[in-house]
Design a protein. Structure first.
Length: 358
């Protein structure tokens, strides 16, 4: 799975506004469809209170957070699977992301046009889901027709039955996310769209946190066991332009307890199957992003390829142990520092010193 999150939705739902706030980038945002044509890519810091705590216990000249990537993809309209609007470009771009953040308009504003001239978030979701399903159905049908001929010759029906199951699900408007892992693996080389996990992002008015539109999205998301994040794109875009002190003051004035963007970043990070390990020292305390299930040499290679090539061992202890004992020396004295080899599976929150020789 690709390790990035694609921001999608109908035109004029606030995708680019939210992306700008996420990445601090200045991207086009206008009151007409297809303002975003080429996908914008933003590298986003991952908020992590653990890194702040580590920096307080092991002070360093630099403190560097983990990062993840968001992609702002062109708006979609009905008929995209047949090339309407920027459909072909949209579908090609979304194939390249690991998780979909589906922005849904959940606010009224007569000055901002809606592509369907009405506010109906569940209908908007259905529009995009239908286009993704139609695209996947066409992809699977092409493969099915080819494989069916082969199956008749060698009696291999395993793949055929999976194709048939997937096509039946898509024809009944069901996303393929509910397939089991073996079935997904059989379909993996098709790079299907409806297999990708979805986070629904409710873009609300600046003075709202919950409304009937949000409730409708949450009810729908439960049918897919999907996450829902509520964001005021307008507020977050304004906050992103301020320094930390002014941001906190405005957040208090708006009665915003936690940034919706923080929730979105953390949820996307987790949904992508990403975790964080730390390296510490007087020069730099740093959080590093890695894929869950990675072995020690692989994670060492994230820092530098030489670390992986010449990997000897990893000296590891946990974040919780550092907090409990207060210093790295006391962690060692308590016997909590471990020496791990090439077969060690790195855990979220590990603090690691890699030993290598090239």
């Amino acid at each position: 799975m690709s390790l990035n999150c694609g921001i999608v939705g109908l035109p004029n739902v606030g995708k680019s506004t939210i992306f700008s706030a996420l990445s601090g980038a200045s991207v086009d945002s206008a009151n007409y469809p297809f303002c975003t044509i080429e996908p914008n890519v933003g590298v986003v810091n991952v908020p992590d209170e653990r890194l702040d705590k580590i920096a307080s216990l092991i002070p360093a000249k630099k403190v560097i957070p983990a990062i993840t990537q968001f992609v702002d993809i062109a708006g979609l309209v009905a008929g995209a699977s047949k090339g309407e609007g920027l459909g072909n470009k949209f579908l090609a771009n979304i194939r390249e992301v690991g998780v979909i953040a589906h922005v849904v308009r959940c606010f009224e504003n007569p000055d901002i046009i809606h592509v369907n001239n009405k506010i109906d978030p569940v209908s908007d979701i259905a529009t995009i889901n239908t286009e993704l399903a139609l695209s996947d159905l066409e992809t699977i049908q092409r493969r099915y027709e080819k494989q069916a001929k082969i199956a008749r010759t060698n009696k291999e029906t395993k793949f055929i039955s999976v194709y048939e199951k997937a096509m039946d699900m898509l024809e009944h408007d069901k996303r393929l996310i509910t397939l089991n892992e073996e079935e997904k693996d059989i379909l993996s080389d098709l790079h299907l769209l409806t297999v990708k996990p979805v986070i629904y992002v409710c873009n609300v008015d600046e003075v709202e946190s919950e409304n009937d539109y949000v409730k409708q999205v949450k009810e729908f998301a439960q049918t897919e066991n999907a996450e829902v994040i509520v964001i005021s794109g307008k507020n977050e875009a304004e906050l992103a332009l301020l320094d930390e002190k002014d941001r906190q003051e405005l957040r208090q004035a708006l009665n915003l307890k936690e940034s919706g963007l923080v929730s979105l970043i953390k949820t996307a990070y987790k949904t992508l199957g990403l975790m964080t390990f730390f390296t510490v020292g007087s020069d730099e305390d740093r959080a590093w992003t890695f894929k869950a299930g990675s072995k020690a040499p692989q994670t060492a290679g994230i820092i530098h390829t030489d670390f992986e090539k010449g990997f000897i061992r990893a000296e590891v202890y946990g974040y919780d142990d550092l907090v409990k004992y207060g210093t790295e020396q006391k962690v060692k004295e308590a016997g909590k520092l471990r020496l791990e080899g090439k077969d060690y599976t790195v855990q979220d929150g590990d603090i690691i010193h890699f030993r290598f020789n090239v």
